[in-house]
Design a protein. Sequence first.
Length: 336
Amino acid sequence: MTGKARKFGIIGCQHAHIGMFIEEMLALGYECAGVYEPDNKPLARTLADRYGLELTGDRESLLSDEGVSVIGCAAINHEKMDVIELCELRGKPIMIDKPAVTDRAGLTRLRGVLERGRIEVGMMLTERFRPSLHTVQRMIRAGELGDIVHISMRKPHRLNPEARPAWHFDKSQSGGIINDLFVHDFDLLRWLTGREVETTSGYLAKNILPEHPTFYDTAGVQVFMAGGITAQLYADWHTPAGCWTWGDGRIFITGTHGIAEIRLEGDPLLSSNEVALVITDQELRSLPLAPPPLSLAQDFLSRVEGEEGIITHDDIYKASEATVTTDEEARILIRE
């Protein structure tokens, strides 16, 4: 933003994901004008101390300050649209942690903001910026795996219920496991294949925590994409405390000329870093990973400047639409 103020503010600090955005903005030379979070003050204080930021009890100060050119937001999921619309009224571009919406009503509001086009809206679809996925996506687009036949994504998560805020267990506030977690996967399906999602069939299962009746701990989805590509998505909140990572996420991509496997959190027997393996008729090899050309924040700021971005408003809307539709139509399974 040549010739303009280089400050940003944070409105809503309910999830540590926003720390990635803060770190990237600071690395780009931006100054944080303050962090506003009225409820989850322990997390806000932790991030403020980590990055040397000021906490503020005055949200209006961040919105009215002409020097603040960008807002970051990790509010409670069902409140994010309120912050997005508030930023639209003030002409402030906003980057939100996922998900943007939790239901059909929120999706309609999001579409309105994006269609009006008064501000740029970003969402932290961070998976696109992993070196492993960036490398494999380039390989797919170059045709090295042939035609893509099927993609399977497995995303288990550690719950740590005692450390989670109450809203996490309320589907009306969090959006539930499909809206919260699969928004990454639907975005990746479109990005990796260049194809659109046509139909889905899924389930939500409840096995634990009867004291939270709308909290579902497991979900699975069968996806049918344009061009005859199929996909299976799975996520849960059952990663044991003894696991080396918060979740052993893996992606399997089957093509007519080869298979790729991405181990998103590495493998305790191979590496603590993400790993991408490729199997062809000739060999099994571990790919050297290439970083993406831009960070998430850089990509968003390029859009704010009027340039083309890696992630577009259409990407954000279509990933959100797929999760909302899948969640609405999911079969409910409850352990008796």
